[in-house]
Design a protein around this ligand. Sequence first.
Ligand code: ZN
Length: 390
Amino acid sequence: MFQMTRCLRCGLPASNEGNHYDKNGICRACVSAEQKMHIDWNERYDKLLEIVSEYKELALQVGSSYDCMVPISGGKDSFFQLHVLTKVLKLKVLAVTFSHNWYSEIGLYNLWNALESFDVDHIQFTPNRTSISEAAHFSLAAIGDACWHCHSGVGAFPLHVAVKFGIPLLIWGESAAEASGRGTHFEPLTKFDRDYFIKISSKISVCDASKDASQYRLFKMLEPPTAEECEAAGIVGLHLGDYIFWDEEKQTDFIKREYGWKEDHVEGAIKGYKSVECIMPGMHDYTMYLKRGFGRASIQAAADVRQGVMTLSDAVSIAQPIDSTEPEAMGYFSEITGYSHDDIYTVMEKQRVGEWKDFRKITAHEQQDRKSEARRPFVIKFIERIKREL
Ligand SMILES: [Zn+2]
């Protein structure tokens, strides 16, 4: 039977993006988790206090209404960030949301609850439905997942707002060292300019994504400001997770208890707290499975192994059937992109990477009782319901 090469400690497969094993066969996420235990977090926190007081002072000098800007989705990380920034550090925060326009009902509740609980000003950009559907079609073949417009916009839009309103300090949540292996705890990332976001997340710039000028115009808001604009505005960024010991389980418990933040069932996942704001994570993570041979359930199970709350063999046997089950969201994805069920498999066949490329043709575990209707953006369902009722 085909067996993937895995991290000897947590079981994360070698086809993971940016994968790197040390000489003992241990992945970067495991190495980072170990580093985390040897860091003087009090010293890091003092450093954070220093940075924020510097930007508070700057905001006073230039008469800015805001000390910093926080990109938020309403997800657990951004919710917790707002707690730390407004309640603990007493910062004046401008919250900024790039809406993927695939919000779930619980997702909107969490977002609006954040704005009310933390009493912050908020700016949101929502791309039109047609552009999103076009981008989703393009996204599958170009980067092998459904979500290019979101990967792009989440990086680009906050930078536009920061440049436009002269708010140089951007604060993100989880450290890049945490699960992705993109950085380490000893070399925190500090630069969040256009190149960072294109390289890390969207992979393909708007220019390259657009087949003609009209499409370029549609996607233009997803393009980050130029390097010169970012430089001139003095944009700097930080991840709170580089200054505060990050424990997502504890943080999630805390915001649920204190503020009524809510989880939900997330397709393709073991946990109900990640990407709960969107209807599409099931499709995103299933394409990851088609491309790399594992999905979000494996990532979450590996994290539990790292924490010592799950055994390696349980992690693999629990995660594999979840990763390989077709999501309900595939129905809505087909509807908006025009890809048939078979088209999706044909496109994804070309996206397979590493040793997974040589594995036999994929046979999906189709869900018996598909409720694709349930996986539509809440805003569409909400409008339809009110229309019917009035
Ligand atoms: Zn590992």
